[in-house]
Write a protein that binds this ligand. Structure first.
Ligand code: FES
Length: 138
């Protein structure tokens, strides 16, 4: 028996973990209500939001919780349907696009996939679907 490895996927993916370093089963997040933004520890430990979609799956875009202005972390405001940075007031739409500055770049994306109740987080290196251009972080 070879236990599943956690970090040698060919696309650089790692397993989503909680802040204590425990792997989070997909079922744990998918038991949350539709629209939940669940924070996990993603690539390089970066806190990353995963979204529970209306069809009961996880969005394949994870949003890194690191404001593109000066790097603060920020909460999701479900009433306004925005990520709202408390440091200088930047606001982002649900897909991480800038709604209001001073931030001038969209939030970094990561790729999310679920296999066998495990959540894999991989670098996003393709075109940024929000801008149609090469991602600023690549
Ligand atoms: Fe978020 Fe300045 S760090 S608005």
């Amino acid at each position: 028996f070879v236990p599943p490895k956690e970090s040698d996927s060919s696309d650089g993916a790692i397993l989503a973990k909680d802040k204590l370093g425990h792997v989070i089963p997909a079922s744990q997040i998918l038991s949350e209500p539709v629209g939940t933004r669940a924070l996990i520890a993603g690539l390089a430990g970066e806190p990353t939001y995963l979204t529970v979609k209306a069809n009961g799956t996880l969005d394949d875009r994870g949003i890194v919780n690191n404001c593109t202005h000066l790097g603060c972390t920020f909460p999701w405001n479900g009433r306004d349907e925005q990520f709202q940075c408390p440091c200088h007031g930047s606001r982002y739409s649900p897909d991480g696009s800038v709604v209001r500055g001073p931030a001038d770049r969209p939030l970094k994306l990561v790729r999310v996939r679920v296999e066998d109740n495990r959540i894999w987080i991989a670098p996003w290196t393709d075109i940024d679907p929000r801008t149609g251009a090469k991602p600023w972080w690549v």
